[in-house]
Write a protein that binds this ligand. Structure first.
Ligand code: TYD
Ligand code: MG
Length: 457
């Protein structure tokens, strides 16, 4: 028998080499080459020409997606309204973030109307039962299988006919057709493909769990992302109990939505009002803190931006930002230096966004700028003040979208002084008594707003 040919495959980008190399010439990753074997596959079925015909676009029927609620509204929102039949969803996150916990928790609700097969290659049945007991998971239609062999799992799928299959995790899958070790690019890709195909042909929805490496990439093949219908990222600090789930790809819904959870003794608890959580921990009477509002999909979320500005001890001042784009921070500092004469170049600047939210829209500029001004001047911004607006290079304050949603959320949380771009005030906005709305045109007006002096109310 011909012995299988050894090749080396980059785990990050899929590049191949006949020799092991330390640094991938394609993607630049270090120590990313795994040994794989070629030519040991069983002969695949010969391809038969299919009867697939092109159809007129105008004659196509609109699809109706069958969706099942997972019992976690935060997750349903990110999925686009529930789990779609036949879909393949990749759930990624660092080890220990709570992927298995989340999927185990949704089993109960799913099993009310569907049968669920939970396949674990990482934990024993006893461990899973113990965890399920603690989480209060019960249901006749939940099946548990601790297995890593792809064919054995597929055989069980054919026997049980589950409507939902959870594979925890793709990195443990192993197919006998390939001699490579579990976790290598061929094993992960082939294993994932087997279940995606099974889901498409049987109508079952498939959840695939994928661990991510330190750099945030899915360890193993990046191209798993292309094979599935949705990719959900589970994020959070292990030391902090808040967890955020976001879609980075979704064929059945928006990718802007986020779901917020808190990890507690009884597993993950949904946080339907993240703004309240962020604001509850806000320090009082402290300079360098300003409230802002960002849209995450259809939901406005109030955030707290903190800026610490201290005299630098280094030849060039330090800039660190967590939750806000580093380059955007540099740009805002340059605008404030140039247009307001503030001496940030003499100071180290640290920006932090509370609650683990990432400010990925320009409306956060104004609140970041206010926090920076408050940080450098040591003037406290009133607790009831909130600001949102985009800042241009000339220091002008530009209009933002969804202004009514943001104002409504700010009012709901008790803010009484709202700073917005003047351009957003073209239309009348109804406000409850006691709430003032101030329109701003330039960053030079900001110090007056902070001192309580009204500008163009
Ligand atoms: P896990 O879901 O196994 O993470 P992953 O599958 O992403 O690797 O567990 C995440 C962590 O959460 C684990 O360290 C223990 C903790 N945890 C709780 O704090 N409370 C709970 O109720 C459970 C089930 C886990
Ligand atoms: Mg796990």
């Amino acid at each position: 028998m011909k012995s299988p040919k050894v090749i080396y495959v980059c785990r990050e980008c899929g590049a191949t080499s006949i020799r092991w190399i330390g640094k991938c010439p394609e993607c630049g990753a270090w120590d990313s080459y795994d040994e794989e074997f070629q030519g040991d596959e069983k002969t695949k079925n010969p391809k038969i020409a299919s009867n697939n015909k092109a159809e007129r676009f105008s004659e196509l029927q609109l699809p109706t997606y069958m969706r099942t609620k997972t019992g976690m509204e935060e997750l349903d929102r990110v999925l686009g309204g529930g789990l779609v039949d036949s879909s393949a969803v990749l759930l990624t996150g660092e080890p220990g973030i709570g992927k298995s916990t989340l999927l185990l928790q949704i089993c109960s609700e799913l099993s009310r109307s569907r049968s669920v097969l939970y396949v674990s290659g990482e934990e024993s049945k006893g461990q899973l039962k113990l965890r399920a007991e603690r989480l209060g998971i019960e249901g006749e239609n939940i099946y548990l299988l601790t297995e890593t062999d792809v064919d054995t799992i597929l055989a069980e799928c054919t026997r049980i006919h589950p409507d939902v299959i959870i594979i925890d995790s793709v990195q443990t899958l192993q197919s006998q057709k390939f001699a490579s070790a579990p976790g290598t690019i061929t094993q992960v890709k082939e294993g994932a493909m087997a279940f995606i195909n099974y889901g498409k042909s049987s109508g079952a929805a498939v959840f695939l769990v994928g661990h991510v490496n330190k750099e945030g990439g899915i360890s193993g093949p990046k191209f798993l992302e292309h094979m599935v219908d949705a990719v959900l990222c589970f994020e959070g600090e292990r030391m902090n109990s808040y967890r955020i789930i976001r879609a980075i790809k979704n064929r059945f819904g928006s990718t802007n939505e986020i779901g917020v959870f808190e990890m507690g003794d009884k597993g993950l608890v949904e946080i339907p009002n993240p703004s309240e959580v962020v604001m509850a921990e806000r320090p009082r009477n402290s300079s360098g803190s300003c409230a802002g509002c960002v849209m995450q999909g259809t939901r406005p979320i109030i955030t707290e931006i903190q800026a610490l500005v201290t005299k630098t001890a280094y030849p060039s001042a330090k800039r660190t930002s967590d939750g806000f784009d580093h380059n955007r921070l540099g740009l805002l500092l340059a605008v404030l230096e140039k247009r307001m004469g503030l001496k940030f170049w003499e100071n180290d600047v640290y920006i932090n966004v509370a609650g683990g939210i990432y400010l990925n829209e320009p409306s956060a500029d104004l609140s970041v700028a206010m926090a920076l001004i408050s940080g450098i001047t040591d003037k406290v911004i009133p607790d009831q003040l909130i600001a949102f607006g985009e800042i241009g290079l000339a220091g002008e304050i530009r209009a933002v979208s969804h202004i009514e949603y943001r104002i409504k959320e700010a009012v709901r949380l008790g803010f009484t002084r709202i700073l917005v771009p003047n351009k957003n005030l073209k239309n009348e906005i109804a406000l409850p008594k006691g709430v003032t709305l101030t329109g701003l045109t330039n960053v030079r007006e900001l110090p007056d707003c902070m001192s309580g002096k009204a500008v163009k109310d």
